[in-house]
Ligand binder design. Structure first.
Ligand SMILES: C[S@@+](CC[C@H](N)C(=O)[O-])C[C@H]1O[C@@H](n2cnc3c(N)ncnc32)[C@H](O)[C@@H]1O
Length: 157
């Protein structure tokens, strides 16, 4: 199943999960500095958690995601002004013009996107020269085939 359809299928559940944890400040903010008055693209924005955080900190935000249903959830929240949501594929960002963003964020999504070269090229294209890109990915221990090993001393590794 393609990524788009995978997220469409779990969009309601995923939105509920994220919003139940919304009080927790996403770790990615440790890496992002001052965004006041900056134009920021939140790539693979999902239901909009990071986009909302950025807008609350004074950024003008474009949230991009491939899932129509997650974008509908994102738009359904009465938000501070300054966020526009766009449906697009991160592997091309055809809807976005060149060199328009000061920064791009991508929280916990690159591991879901098949063509990383195309995604990196698209991010580079939409950033202004000297712009920044901050992303986080899931730790490899969360991969489906990963697990814990019981060691001889009884501890887990
Ligand atoms: C684990 S969720 C993370 C969502 C959001 N960044 C967050 O922090 O809650 C991964 C997101 O990547 C999006 N996605 C997957 N493939 C994509 C693609 N090719 N282009 C744009 N978004 C994509 C999914 O629709 C989903 O919203």
């Amino acid at each position: 199943m393609g990524t788009n359809r995978r997220y469409e299928a779990i969009a309601d559940w995923y939105t509920e999960l994220i919003r139940a944890r919304a009080a927790r400040r996403p770790d990615i903010f440790e890496l992002i500095g001052d965004v006041v008055s900056q134009r920021v693209c939140d790539l693979a924005c999902g239901e909009g958690l990071i986009a909302r955080h950025l807008a609350e900190r004074g950024a003008r935000v474009v949230g991009v995601d491939i899932s129509r249903r997650l974008l509908a959830h994102a738009r359904s929240i009465q938000q501070t002004s300054g966020i526009t949501y766009v449906q697009d594929d991160a592997q091309g960002l055809a809807a976005l013009r060149d060199a328009v963003f000061d920064g791009v964020t991508c929280n916990l999504a690159l591991m879901d996107i098949a063509d990383l070269d195309a995604t990196a090229a698209a991010v580079y294209r939409v950033l202004r020269p000297g712009g920044w890109f901050v992303f986080s990915v899931v730790h490899p221990i969360c991969a489906p085939e990963a697990g814990f090993v019981l060691q001889r001393d009884g501890t887990l590794a």
